[in-house]
Structure formats: structure tokens, C-alpha cells
Design a binder for this molecule. Structure first.
Ligand code: HEM
Length: 498
């Protein structure tokens, strides 16, 4: 019996016994590093269907609530809109984030539901809002910090090349971007001064390992055993334990500037004691770092495979001397590249939800689905954004799996209803990403400046996707300095998460 109702019902996916699938449709210790394969297992042979099962599937294991996976943008939007703290709404499913909660605490904006979530949302609205961030002086602070670090890194690169006499150099770009992102967050957002070298060499690696640990722990430690206990018998957990201590230390340093009101702390209107802020600060530090790094590195990775767009963005930023909100907002090509990046390679590849009661949803085109109480829901943004039915040539003028920033212009010219063409890169509805504006500011700075300084191309034809808290990719890129004729071979590892 299909437990779903309405004229838009998912069809059932068997748990076992389906030949040809590259993975089971549930994460386990041997497949959790291949998140896209797990999602694909739900849509195995779905393209042969013509009804609502083409983009909506469910898994029903007796004794467990159903797991519903959708790559239907209309259904995704309806569920995101109906998420909240009122009775009969969807909430954030905490099952896939249990590892995060063990690392940060459960009382965070990301993990909590109901009135606790609502309260935290209100508190964080002000410092993350567009009005707080898109002020010229705030922008300038981000820009100054960024400029001085980039200048140092370029000097180090130039020095290395002249000392070694090498015409080529392999550099991992992801750690470069990660360190910059953490510096902007810590220094400009939280007003905490930490030496760049220390951020890069101590805190970034520790936070990275914490995140790796979180991903593994979510799948492997289903019983939720205490990490302190596990650290006594496993070397991996012992290492993670040390990294957690370093992460706590970073959190302490960030919290210590709260009383001085530096950075955007002054906008955080909360009487809550520091202890109550800890969990969220950790979510902001680790989640924001991963999401922004993933976003920027994917954008660079796409541009590395697309010389024409690289050149277009270069022409746009070439003469840009100051990065003001207006300047960045008017950089049409850069913004089209960033939108297309989030469409094709979203930092969070699925969004988890849970039905708190039997819930009826209706899509904008009038389709209806009734979802049973307790259903775990995965909104599969990654595949929704890559399916020809939603983003293909007929609909947007370009193949769905192609990196084609032009499609955004075309959709605008067609006067397409923007609500129909959501990439969900920052989510949608009441739980939309509160760090969206901060993230956009940082990513636009990093990508814009990267294109201005380097000409680069990819060595490998494709980027591989692997698991992060959400997903990640790795790529090798080849670059040469635009300005001074340095040539280098560039190894870029784009990570992710959220
Ligand atoms: C530019 C890169 C970023 C991307 C692509 C991104 C993406 C997302 C997405 C898709 C969601 C929705 C999750 C859901 O609906 O289940 C989300 C939520 C969230 N993001 Fe971001 N994010 C980014 C940057 C940031 C930053 C910079 C911060 C904070 C410093 C942040 C903090 C959060 C928090 C706390 C939530 C949970 C909100 C809630 O559930 O009410 N994000 N993010």
C-alpha cells in the first residue's frame, strides 16, 4: 500500500535486489563518501516512468517511517514553504545532522526546531541582514582584510617561484580559499584578531578534520556513543578529540570579543550568556567555512573549464578598483556565474525535512500530495537542478547538465517567473540560509579577485563529487598570472558542505 495520497504520489523504491544500482538507497560505512550515488539509487530507472514517480520516490522498510526523496522543484518549493514551527508544518529532519549536533550541541539554529529555532532565528536576523552587511564601511573592512592577505600570499608565491626557478608550481587552492574565508569570518564578522598563519596552519586543518569526523560519525556512530568514550579506544576518535579541543579554543577566542562589541557583534541583540551562544558560533564557524569555500571553489572550477566565461568575468572585474555593494551588484556576468554555480553544484546537495503530522501540500501548478506523519524527506536539490525536465534546453535554452550562465539572461528575457526557477542554493522559505548575504559577499570577493589575478584552466575534464557535510569536489587546475606572466600548475581541491 502506498502510504502517500493525492494526484502526485511517489513510487516505491526497493531496498535490496535491484541490479545495476551503484549503491543502496541508504548511507552505510562503505557508501557514505558517495552521497550522489545514494540519491541516484532512489531514481534508478525513474526516467522510464511518465507519472509523478518520475521525480518522486519513496523507500518503505516495515517497522520504519517512509523515506521520501523528491527531485521535483514544484514539490521541493512547496515543502520548503510549508516548513516552520507551527502545528502541521514540516520541520528540519535532525537524523542526517546528528553528527553535527554531537560536535556543536543541539541548541543551534541549524539543528533545533519549534520555538527554540524561532527564537534563534530572530536573534540572528539583524547581523546577517543585507542592511547590516551591505554598508560601504562593512564592505571595506572585508575588502581590506582580504586584500592584505592576498597580497601576502602573492608575495609568497612570487618568492617561491624565484627561489626555485621553477616555471610551474602545484598549489592546493582549497586551503588558500578556506583560510581566507575563515579570516574574513573571524576578523571582519566577529572582530577577533587572529594571526593569519595561525588560522591557516592550526585552525583550518582542525576544523576540516572536525567536519570529516562529523560526516563519518553521523553514519558510523548510529548509537550516539560519547566521543570521549570512543577516544579512549580508537586512534581516529582520539585525533578528533584533540581537533575538537582546538575548535573549542577558536570558539573561545571569537566569543571573547563579544563584550567589546567589535565586528558585527554589536548587531547581535541577545542577552543570552556566552555559554548559550557557543553552539551557534561553532555552527557559524564550521558550516559557513565549508559552504563558502565549496561555493567559491566550485565557481573557480567551472571557470577553469570555461575560458569564454572566465574572460567575460575578467573584463568585468578588470577595471574594478573598489568592491562596493553597488559594484558587485552590477557585475552581471560574475553574478550569472555564481547563480549557475549554485544551480549546477549546490553546496548543500539535499535539504532534510520531516513531516510532524499528516501533511497535504499543493504545488504552484495545482498538484497535490499527502505525506504521512513521521516521513523523513530528502529534498534532492542536486538532481532537481540537473534534470532536463526542469532545466533542459526546452525550458532554459541550454542542456541542464551544462555550465551555462547565459541561461539566467535568457530566463530574464523570457520574463520567466523567478519563483519557478529557484536553484535552492540557499534554501527557500522560513529556513532559508541566514548567512546568504555574508556568503555572497565573501564568494563574490574571492572569485572576482581570483579571476582578476590568474588565468587558469582545468587539467582534468571533470570534478569528482565526494562527501562533506553536504558534498565536495576535487579538481586540478592550471593557471598563469594575468599580471606578471608567472606560470604555474595549480592543484585545486574544492570542498564543501554546510
Ligand atoms: C555562501 C555560502 C552558503 C551557502 C551555499 C549556504 C547554504 C545554505 C542552505 C541551502 C541552507 C538551508 C538548509 C535547509 O533548508 O535545510 C542554509 C542554512 C543555514 N545557513 Fe547557510 N549557506 C552559506 C553560508 C552561510 C553562512 C556564511 C552562514 C553563517 C555565518 C550560514 C549559516 C546557516 C545557518 C545557521 C542555517 C540554518 C538556518 C535555519 O535552519 O533556520 N550559511 N545554508
Amino acid at each position: 500500500m502506498n502510504p502517500f495520497g493525492g494526484n502526485c504520489r511517489p513510487t516505491r523504491v526497493p531496498l535490496l535486489l535491484q541490479t545495476g544500482r551503484s549503491s543502496l538507497p541508504v548511507p552505510h560505512p562503505w557508501n557514505f563518501q558517495r552521497p550522489i550515488d545514494i540519491l541516484e539509487a532512489y531514481f534508478w530507472r525513474a526516467d522510464e516512468e511518465t507519472g509523478s514517480g518520475r521525480h518522486n520516490r519513496y523507500l518503505d522498510v516495515p517497522g520504519f517511517p517512509p523515506v521520501f526523496v523528491t527531485r521535483d522543484p514544484g514539490v521541493i518549493r512547496a515543502i520548503l514553504t510549508a516548513t516552520g514551527d507551527r502545528a502541521g508544518q514540516f520541520e528540519r529532519d535532525t537524523l542526517p545532522s546528528s553528527g553535527i549536533a554531537r560536535a556543536t550541541g543541539e541548541d543551534t539554529l541549524l539543528f533545533s526546531n519549534g520555538p527554540l529555532w524561532r527564537r534563534q532565528r530572530k536573534v540572528s536576523a539583524s547581523p546577517f541582514g543585507k542592511t547590516a552587511l551591505f554598508q560601504v564601511d562593512v564592505f571595506c573592512e572585508f575588502e581590506d582584510t582580504f586584500r592584505s592577505t592576498v597580497r601576502q600570499r602573492l608575495m609568497a608565491l612570487r618568492q617561491h617561484l624565484s627561489q626555485t626557478g621553477l616555471p610551474h608550481l602545484q598549489i592546493a587552492v582549497e586551503p588558500e580559499i578556506k583560510a581566507l574565508m575563515l579570516e574574513m569570518l573571524v576578523e571582519c564578522f566577529f572582530g577577533t584578531s587572529i594571526n593569519y598563519q595561525e588560522l591557516r596552519e592550526v585552525y583550518v586543518p582542525a576544523v576540516e578534520r572536525v567536519i570529516d569526523h562529523i560526516v563519518r560519525d553521523t553514519v558510523v556512530n548510529r548509537l550516539g556513543l560519547s566521543p570521549w568514550l570512543l577516544a579512549k579506544c580508537s586512534r581516529r576518535y582520539a585525533r578528533a578529540f584533540r581537533d575538537f579541543t582546538t575548535f573549542e579554543e577558536l570558539t573561545d577566542r571569537v566569543l571573547a570579543t563579544r563584550s567589546s562589541g567589535r565586528g558585527l557583534w554589536k548587531k547581535l541583540r541577545s542577552e543570552a550568556p556566552d555559554a548559550a551562544m557557543r553552539s551557534n558560533i561553532k555552527v557559524f564557524l564550521a558550516g559557513a567555512l565549508e559552504a563558502t569555500t565549496s561555493y567559491a571553489t566550485w565557481a573557480i572550477s567551472h571557470l577553469a573549464r570555461n575560458e569564454c566565461w572566465q574572460e567575460k568575468v575578467f573584463r568585468e572585474v578588470e577595471t574594478m578598483a573598489d568592491y562596493t555593494p553597488d559594484q558587485l551588484g552590477s557585475a552581471r556576468d560574475l553574478n550569472a556565474v555564481l547563480d549557475e554555480t549554485l544551480r549546477l553544484t549546490p553546496s548543500l546537495y539535499f535539504l532534510p525535512r520531516k513531516a510532524t503530522a499528516p501533511i497535504r501540500i499543493e504545488t504552484a501548478d495545482g498538484r497535490e500530495m499527502r505525506i504521512p506523519a513521521g516521513t523523513h524527506i530528502l529534498l534532492d536539490v542536486w538532481h532537481a537542478n540537473r534534470h532536463a525536465d526542469h532545466w533542459g534546453e526546452e525550458v532554459t535554452g541550454f542542456p541542464a547538465t551544462e555550465f551555462a550562465p547565459d541561461r539566467w539572461d535568457r530566463l530574464a528575457v523570457q520574463n520567466a517567473n523567478s519563483k519557478e526557477f529557484l536553484h535552492f542554493g540557499f534554501g527557500h522559505g522560513p529556513r532559508v540560509c541566514p548567512g546568504k548575504h555574508l556568503g555572497q559577499l565573501e564568494v563574490a570577493l574571492v572569485v572576482g579577485v581570483f579571476v582578476k589575478l590568474f588565468r587558469f584552466r582545468a587539467v582534468h575534464p571533470e570534478n569528482e563529487v565526494r562527501a562533506g557535510v553536504s558534498q565536495s569536489c576535487s579538481a586540478r587546475e592550471f593557471f598563469s598570472r594575468r599580471t606578471a606572466g608567472l606560470a604555474g600548475c595549480f592543484h585545486c581541491q574544492a570542498a564543501t558542505v554546510g
